[in-house]
Design a protein around this ligand. Structure first.
Ligand code: AMP
Length: 110
């Protein structure tokens, strides 16, 4: 069965896609925590950091994040977050990076 994010990638459920290439797809988070909150997801269904293969689509995530940050105009800074597992707050088991920006972000996170 496909993950929620694969269904967005395939257009089976709606999503506002802002970037895509051969390896990753990015869309707006449905519950944004910041003026810019983008989910950048691997096309392949890697369940998370704990299941990371040696190589694959995930190696393109950071370069995509840089491009998307430029595209979104978050010139004053931004944060990239990957949640892993229950304690990490992961709710969708399909590897993704949150790109957050557009306001000052508190540190440390809760
Ligand atoms: P995480 O908790 O790190 O696994 O992140 C999952 C993210 O996916 C959350 O920030 C959700 O708001 C977001 N999300 C869940 N469903 C959708 C959806 N249909 N479209 C866009 N983002 C979603």
């Amino acid at each position: 069965m496909s993950t929620l994010f694969t269904k967005i990638i395939n257009g089976e459920i709606p999503g506002t896609i802002v970037y895509e290439d051969d390896h990753v797809v990015a869309f707006k988070d449905i519950v944004p925590f910041a003026p810019v909150h983008i989910i950048i997801v691997t096309r392949s269904e890697i369940s998370g950091i704990a299941a990371l293969p040696e190589t694959g689509d995930h190696i393109y995530l950071l370069n995509a994040a840089k491009k998307i940050a430029e595209q979104q105009g978050v010139t004053n800074g931004y944060r990239l977050v990957i949640n892993q597992g229950e304690d990490g707050g992961q709710t969708v088991e399909h590897l993704h990076v949150h790109l957050l920006g557009g306001r000052p972000l508190a540190w440390p996170p809760g």
